[in-house]
Ligand binder design. Structure first.
Ligand SMILES: *[C@@H]1O[C@H](CO)[C@@H](O)[C@H](O)[C@H]1NC(C)=O
Length: 256
């Protein structure tokens, strides 16, 4: 009876806490140096991930915050690849557009932003620009879960908490470069409560466990376990002893 009440209590707690989780965003950086589109792309690829890529309204809002009240035109990572096709710098298809006026089919083949709206511009013009970086970084070192937590905290921010489908997609986009078949996440089993929690202390709401993985362990004997994502296949999560040495994913420092 006591056990049931306890389980009920935790279920309610989980429901209450789940509505609070908030994803991390892609980060944009305004670079106030005048360059052509291609030079700007090279700069962003050296120092960040690439020229600004915008996949949805959330990205767009972040991007607008980055340039603040700047009224100059700045490059974003959008370029025309043929008469009717615009692509993002890394080749991603365009899912979100925010043109001020529909682009015409002239030779202005790159895109700039001003006041939150985009327009076409000659790629050889020299302008300031916006780079972005991914929030996540795959570390190709084989470390135990505990060492991985320490490494991320010393060099970046933390082991990644995959608290939404969006973050799972980001994980998917970096995990294929891993050397190990599984990659540590910031997920661990708190055996006293029979509960999986993220390193930041959040309970697990969004989940992506592989089918058949035994996640409710109901005992505190044996080695402590932590959660890892499969680097191949469907990138599902599995539970492993913490001493296994795997690659891992950190969330990045705000500044780099
Ligand atoms: C890490 O582990 C993988 C898989 O076990 C192995 O192929 C790789 O050589 C290891 N890397 C290092 C640096 O030890």
């Amino acid at each position: 009876m006591k056990k049931m009440a306890q389980t009920l209590y935790f279920s309610l707690l989980v429901i209450a806490l789940c509505s609070l989780s908030e994803g991390i965003q892609r980060r944009y950086h305004y670079i106030n140096i005048e360059k052509t589109w291609t030079e700007a792309q090279r700069y962003c690829r050296e120092k960040y991930t690439d020229l600004a890529t915008v996949n949805n309204i959330n990205d767009m809002n972040e991007l607008k915050k980055t340039v603040n009240n700047n009224l100059e035109f700045v490059w974003i990572g959008l370029k025309r690849t043929d008469v009717f096709t615009w692509k993002w710098s890394l080749g991603d298809p365009v899912k979100y557009l925010n043109w001020e006026t529909e682009p015409s089919t002239d030779t202005n083949n790159c895109a700039v932003m001003r006041n939150g709206k985009w327009r076409q511009q000659k790629c050889i013009d020299k302008l300031g620009f916006i780079c972005y970086n991914d929030e996540l970084i795959l570390i190709q070192k084989n470390l135990s879960w505990t060492e991985a937590v320490r490494y991320c905290r010393e060099n970046h921010v933390d082991l990644v908490s995959v608290d939404s489908e969006k973050i799972q997609l980001w994980v998917t986009s970096v995990v294929h470069q891993a050397w190990t078949a599984e990659v540590w996440l910031g997920l661990h089993y708190y055996c006293l409560m029979n509960l999986w929690i993220w390193v930041r202390g959040e309970v697990v709401c969004y989940q992506n466990w592989a089918p058949g993985v035994q996640i409710q362990l109901n005992h505190c004997s044996g080695e402590h376990r932590a959660g890892a994502v499969q680097s191949g296949g469907d990138h599902k999560w599995i539970s492993l002893p913490r001493s296994q040495e795997l690659n891992f994913i950190c969330t990045r420092n705000k500044e780099n």
